[in-house]
Design a protein around this ligand. Sequence first.
Ligand SMILES: *Cc1c(COP(=O)(O)O)cnc(C)c1O
Length: 411
Amino acid sequence: MKPTLEDARKFDAADPLARFGDLFLRHEDPVAYLDGNSLGRPPIATITRLQGVLEHEWGGRLIRSWTERWVAMPTEVGDRLAAAVLGAAAGQTVIADSTTVNLYKVLHAACSLRTDRTEIVVDDANFPTDRYLVESVAASRGLTVRWISPDLVEGVTSALLAEVLGPDTAAVVLSHVDYRSGTIADLSGLTADIQRCGAVVVWDLCHSVGAVEIGLDAAKVDFAVGCTYKYLNAGPGAPAFLYVAQRHMGAVQQPITGWWSTADMFAMADTYEAAPSITKMLSGTANVLGTAAVDEGVSMVAEAGMAAIRAKSIGLTEFVIEMAADLDLELVSPRDAALRGSHVSLRSPHAKAITTQLIERNVIPDFRNPDMIRLGLSPLTTSYAEVWTAMDILGDVARQIGLKAQSTIAP
Ligand SMILES: *Cc1c(COP(=O)(O)O)cnc(C)c1O
């Protein structure tokens, strides 16, 4: 039975995370925001925090704030993220740069651990930045790219990896949640497969961090990167994170060897000496305002708890799938909630037109070339009633466009 608005309101009344909705800035428009997997909403606490950084830390303490507070932020906030969200012990995570830049650093660092090997493995369904960087890092190090082509819904499997892994594999780059289908990859199983052949793994967590439970230490992951402006709600251009397993800390080398990656940045030494700790992965001056925003986003996720966030995410994606059941749209995301991240992708030859009309009616989804409508469900900010409204309007729009398309083909 298709859920009613009454059902949606009942789910909201029973939702243990419902109170978080009021902790975010929102306006009347849009009526439904289903793009929190691309850009999360602003927490009200972030506005207050940034104002404090501007007025007191910057305006009041001026340059003294660097040593009093700011220099430590990349590692302090990194540790908070690691504990609340990544399943990682302290000392392995920093907040810095963008995902793209961190991926560049981490890919080189991964290859620097396996200089006797000649191949990097990546899937052709991976996010563009990941594919492009693998190609450029491989080219600059004289390595070969081994491509795998996963099924969109099934994603990267152990069997598919087995076809390319071997004694020449240096590193493998994978996304935890596929940015198009929303399929969750088996993080610990695939990590074990990759390490069994002597290679190291780099996980891109952009689409899982803050939405899906992650256990980097338990899975013995080597490297990970991810962004903070999606489910962590840190805002446009907020700095990303980077994780290096403690066991690699001594050996890894990264290519952007700036003064922030040295043991004593204020020594301004004649020659470069990398820090022995995770700070060796930093490069230049921290983005203080952005990192403060990451801290606020992480605090909210920590307060809610990843188990409750994941439970609501499953509830919301199930709700969308039930609402979409009688529409002429193909479900691209896995039907099994255990294999699905926090967005639902629906396919239609009219996807572009449907998206345009949804936006005209103040519902914001996401469109992925050429034929996919992506509905992002951000557990801290999305209510069931909001989803019901969006899906009701989507049904309306899809039916009208479908009917029009039919009438143009009819004799
Ligand atoms: C969003 C996203 C990125 C973004 O990288 P930026 O450097 O922040 O532009 C990278 N990888 C994946 C899988 C993403 O979903």
